[in-house]
Design a protein around this ligand. Structure first.
Ligand SMILES: Nc1nc2c(ncn2[C@@H]2O[C@H](COP(=O)(O)OP(=O)(O)OP(=O)(O)O)[C@@H](O)[C@H]2O)c(=O)[nH]1
Ligand SMILES: [Ca+2]
Length: 457
């Protein structure tokens, strides 16, 4: 009869307890490790002071992932009531006051404890570039007024300035490609087109030699080099081109009659509005008229003819001379367009007050792309009209903030072999296995030398 080893039972219980405890520890660690963490966000505010209006954008990103591409999102956008800040040149203090409503909204949107570390930037575009050309003192006063207004908020004020057309184009390109996650993946980039009220920008990666240094800009982002072509055409935004086209028609009729009637193929046949000369000639984009004519009015009548409209619009592009091997228009160098494009379209909704200009706007967009930038039917297929990408607006503001806060590193950070949670779990499982095998080895190898049983005769 065999006598049972008195150590056998306790040893099995001990091993079972160790394994049980190991499993419990693993489960607890897995649960604690993967518990959804309370996400802390940081914020940034950028004001886009455009020629026709100002928008305030609030961006947010997870506090601990600042330098990971694709992490910044638009949290909130507010459209400032009224016109762009350049329209307050006669009453500069009102420019600052106009921002109040949207900035108060920003104060409510961003948690109080983050206010003091939230940067605020204001970038003014073509409307202020034109005002600066016309009246530097007035543009300085408008900027001072918005600066004073922004400094009254608890945020970290970082400056209000007129950005260059080159910056506007380049940061628009960064925004579109950042939001499309093109810097992280090796999918290539898309070109960016932006049509504003007073200027238009075209930006794309170009493999060719850029003959004019002012159109060339280089970035190193996330370990890749990008050689960009960019140009901003001041006066070629929708509102200014309309003035240019009206001015051309008025100038041709000036000495013919006192009662000017402009028959405009770009407006629908029911359109008939009396307009002042002042409304056309108030911009440095158009040639001045004789001061005595300034008080005059003209009758703007639509005739609605697409072909004639396109003929009239073509006249605003000067393609008669070019100092380079090739040009877009107005003696501006441009290599052939390459790759896919995103054209920023701001206002897809049809508002009554803009309806009259729809025919003109649509014809202008087509003519600018085909006659101006040299797009062909093949390039049209590769062009998307976008307002938002992943709920963030595709304008220059996000790229501007990412650049100023150094949030896109030049080099891609090295990533560990596996995520931290996976590493901890794997180490735990391996340790447990080693432990169990040690115990089992101990039991089996000790067995023969142990006087485990006695034979009773
Ligand atoms: N269809 C439509 N057009 C609008 C609306 N609001 C503004 N616009 C016009 O759309 C054009 C472009 O507007 P934006 O892209 O905001 O131009 P902006 O930023 O003010 O001007 P820039 O300084 O040149 O960039 C302008 O001619 C505006 O007059 C709208 O609600 N609907
Ligand atoms: Ca704009």
């Amino acid at each position: 009869m065999k006598v049972k080893n008195p150590w056998h039972r306790p040893l099995i219980i001990f091993i079972a307890a160790v394994i049980g405890a190991g499993i419990i520890i693993m489960v607890v660690i897995a649960v604690v490790q993967n518990k959804p963490l309370y996400q802390k966000y940081k914020y940034g505010i950028v004001l886009d002071a455009g020629s026709s209006h100002t928008s305030v954008y609030i961006y947010e990103w997870p506090a601990e992932k600042e330098n990971n591409t694709g992490m910044v999102n638009q949290k909130h956008a507010c459209n400032v009531k009224g016109k762009g800040i350049s329209s307050y040149s006669g009453t500069p203090q009102k420019a600052g006051e106009s921002l109040k409503e949207c900035m108060d909204e920003a104060k409510k949107t961003i948690p109080n404890y983050r206010h003091h570390e939230t940067p605020v930037y204001l970038g003014a575009t073509a409307g202020m570039r034109l005002l600066e050309m016309e009246n530097k003192i007035a543009s300085g006063e408008v900027l001072k007024s918005v600066e004073k207004s922004l400094q009254a908020y608890p945020f970290s004020y970082q400056g209000a300035r007129i950005i260059s057309g080159q910056e506007e184009g380049a940061f628009g390109w960064i925004t579109v490609n950042y939001l499309s996650e093109n810097f992280r993946t090796a999918s290539g980039t898309v070109g960016a087109l932006d049509l504003g009220g007073a200027s238009t920008q075209i930006t794309f990666v170009s493999e060719g030699i850029l003959e004019s240094p002012e159109n060339s800009i280089d970035f190193r982002l996330y370990g890749n080099d990008y050689h960009l072509y960019t140009h901003s055409f001041l006066c070629y935004g929708k509102d200014q081109v309309l003035k240019l086209s009206l001015e051309k028609q008025i100038q041709s009729k000036l000495n013919m009659t006192d009662n000017i009637i402009l028959e405009d193929p770009c407006f629908h046949p029911d359109y008939n509005v009396i307009k002042s000369f002042q409304s056309v000639f108030d911009s440095p984009c158009v040639k001045k008229v004789d001061q005595s004519q300034k008080e005059n009015t003209f009758s703007h009548k639509g005739t609605g003819n697409w072909n004639k409209c396109q003929e009239a619009i073509k006249k605003v592009f000067n393609t008669s001379y070019c100092r380079f091997s090739r040009c877009s228009f107005n003696d501006v160098f441009q290599p052939p367009v390459e790759g896919q494009f995103g054209l920023k379209q701001n206002h897809p909704e049809v508002k009554e007050k803009y309806l009259a200009e729809y025919c003109f706007s649509g014809t202008y967009i087509i003519t600018l792309l085909e006659e101006g930038y040299g797009f062909t039917s093949k390039d049209w297929k590769n062009t998307k009209f976008i307002k938002n990408i992943r709920d963030s607006e595709a304008g220059w503001t996000l790229g501007y903030m990412l650049n100023l806060t150094n949030m896109i590193p030049a080099e891609a950070p090295d990533t560990p072999l596996m995520p931290y949670g996976g590493y901890v779990s794997l180490m735990l499982v391996l340790s447990l296995l080693i432990f169990v095998f040690l115990i089992l080895g101990f039991i089996f190898f000790r067995r023969p030398s142990c006087p485990a049983h006695k034979e009773i005769i």
